[in-house]
Design a protein around this ligand. Structure first.
Ligand SMILES: C[S@@+](CC[C@H](N)C(=O)[O-])C[C@H]1O[C@@H](n2cnc3c(N)ncnc32)[C@H](O)[C@@H]1O
Length: 257
């Protein structure tokens, strides 16, 4: 593997959690073919910052700990169509057959990049994540994000009675910028994974997807280009597994806790 750093928690001799500092595409490129059972991911798109002309400010920037004016919360994925296509090609390659993918998009990236997913995977649905409270935004303030649901091969979901609008409250005062609720990833996993599956998130951030995977008895493999993010995610998962409680969302607990 190319990652600079890799950390793993081992249980009964079996690796359940593996986190690496790496670029998303490099990370996936180092994995074998057909080695992942589910991809759930929330990329740091750069398009909204770079191209969307809204008011005076950038969407992501000036985070209070960032230090310099205009500094970003975290590195952004250069999400032009060629780089996003390379990323998608790797997603398709590492995914086993008859498995699912969930890729989150802000509305700007959805317009520019989501159509490319059709070249790599079978797009099944666009799910609306209703955050239930308005956030920032110009003109109409944002209350939702989009989740593109796709498959490689055929796989059903457990029920035909589920809507494509998911009401999950946003995290208020997050520990990590753009930290997503564990419940959001748990819903993806409930619909598309079984205990023992290997769940993958190449933009792991604070590790909310990893927590959801561990809660469901899945293995988790993930990466982030930021070593700070990987440290946060690793500490978070280690504490969850040691105490049964998610230190970043205290109401989230392992069933046995
Ligand atoms: C939107 S955040 C993910 C937040 C995460 N879902 C959570 O709940 O904490 C996106 C992450 O992508 C990372 N990132 C940016 N560019 C990347 C790249 N080229 N490869 C991998 N990770 C990258 C950022 O450091 C950031 O942590």
């Amino acid at each position: 593997m190319s990652p600079v750093k890799e950390s793993a928690a081992r249980f009964a001799g079996k690796t359940r959690l593996s986190l690496a500092v790496a670029d998303c595409t490099d990370f996936l490129a180092a994995l074998p073919d057909d080695s992942v059972d589910l991809i759930i991911t929330d990329p740091a798109y750069s398009g909204m910052n770079n191209y969307l002309k809204l008011g005076r400010g950038r969407i992501v920037g000036e985070y209070k700990d960032a230090g310099e004016e205009g500094a970003k919360w975290f590195p952004e994925f250069i999400d032009n169509p060629p780089s996003f296509s390379r990323f998608l090609t790797q997603c398709q390659r590492v995914l086993r057959n008859n498995r699912h993918v969930y890729i989150m998009f802000d509305s700007y990236s959805f317009i520019s990049l989501a159509p490319l997913v059709r070249n790599a995977l079978d797009v099944k649905n666009v799910i609306v994540w209703d955050k239930m409270h308005i956030g920032m935004g110009h003109y109409f303030r944002r209350r939702h994000e989009l989740i593109l649901f796709a498959s490689k091969g055929r796989r059903s979901i457990p029920s035909r009675g589920m809507a494509d609008i998911w009401e999950v409250p946003r995290i208020v005062r997050p520990h990590y910028p753009t930290q997503k609720p564990v419940a959001l990833f748990s819903r993806m996993i409930e619909c598309s994974a079984e205990p023992g599956f290997t769940v993958c998130d190449p933009f792991v951030g604070s590790g909310s997807s990893a927590v959801a995977a561990l809660l469901a008895g899945c293995n988790f493999i993930g990466a982030d280009i930021s070593s700070r993010a990987v440290d946060i995610a690793n500490d978070r998962c280690t504490e969850l597994l040691a105490t049964g409680i998610d230190p970043l969302e205290k109401t989230v607990q392992l069933a046995s806790a």
